[in-house]
Design a protein around this ligand. Sequence first.
Ligand code: HGY
Ligand code: MN
Ligand code: MN
Length: 411
Amino acid sequence: METNLYPIQRDIENLARFTATPGQGVTRFSFTPEDRGAREYIKKAMAEAGLSVREDAAGTVIGRRQGKVEGPVVMLGSHFDSVRHGGAFDGTAGVVVAIEIARVLEEHGVSTVYPVEIIAMVEEEGGRFGAGLFGSRAMAGLVTYGQMELRDDSGISLAEAMREFGFNPSEIGTARRKPEELKAFFELHIEQGPILEKEGVSLGLVEAIVGMRNYQVAITGRPDHAGTTPMDMRADALVAASEVVQQVRKIALDVGGGAVGTVGKMEVLPGAANIVPGEVRFTVDLRSHMESALDELHSRLHSAVEQACAREGVTYTLEQVSDAKPAHLSVVLREVLEKEARARGISTMTMISRAGHDTQIMATLTDAALIFVPSKDGRSHCPEEWTDYADLKQGADVLLGAVLAVAEAER
Ligand code: HGY
Ligand code: MN
Ligand code: MN
């Protein structure tokens, strides 16, 4: 029994069409028309694969295949939102492969002791509202930091966008899953880095996922005439912000151990060549696989912002908007995957994920596993993102084997 390459390729190519930036990569933010298109496509494909389909209160799409017993359930899937101008494979590949596995189980009339659920998570990237892993956080009861009050560039909050889309944010608690309801969670994802390709290995078995902390900073100076305001009489918010950007890089290098810090989005206001910037708003993304390093990054960021603003005579707000702990993944599930890969002559290596994933949140609920397939040139979060379909199929076959084993298929 194996998966089929064509339906995987067809679904990835079809889903890539649901983008707000055609010709410039995939931009599919949650609760937008692009989300609607992809969501309906996924629900239809799940139904055609014999699954009973529902959406939970967060907006995650869940396709269930009954087992001999009611539970606990074996879950597999990934997310179907994207970053701005992203690629066709990030998240989508894991959703499409999971649906193909459901098709194969149906076509072969496989019955399993445990039920299987195919998952298309909503709002993993946080591309629109600034904090991600929302679908998995809702399942784990970890929607915190006022995540639903975060606002997009046009001032719409996550809760308002959900309501406009047909979901009721006040019912978010009903999306919660109890640990005893779950047997395992599997996610297949593109590596988004260069290691598998460089090592010539087909599959990455992830042992740990980095922790992430996201912040929103607003620095307020004074908008002034760029010509008539002497240099020693300015309160230039962008000068202070630029110092913080330099410090974020320095802090990550000083803390070391693979820690990373990024300022990825910045808005300069009022935003004119002849006005001294009065306000600057920007994001900070800090990551490490060690909680102690994240604490060190956190405190050094606070002092860097304080010192840069004191020097420039401007004020600031610094708000943490999300926190995902470092996760150590299931050794048992990794061994099952390793055995299935070996049985198929597929090479594997153990890895740490420096990208965040829903798997790290699901690992707070149940045994969780994350497998990587190679990314061409290690590129991701860009239109050039690519994974060969043959590599995707290999990962899908190994995942199929693991699901048959863990859900206890009756041969
Ligand atoms: O940011 C990340 O690591 C993931 O792509 N959401
Ligand atoms: Mn991503
Ligand atoms: Mn992803």
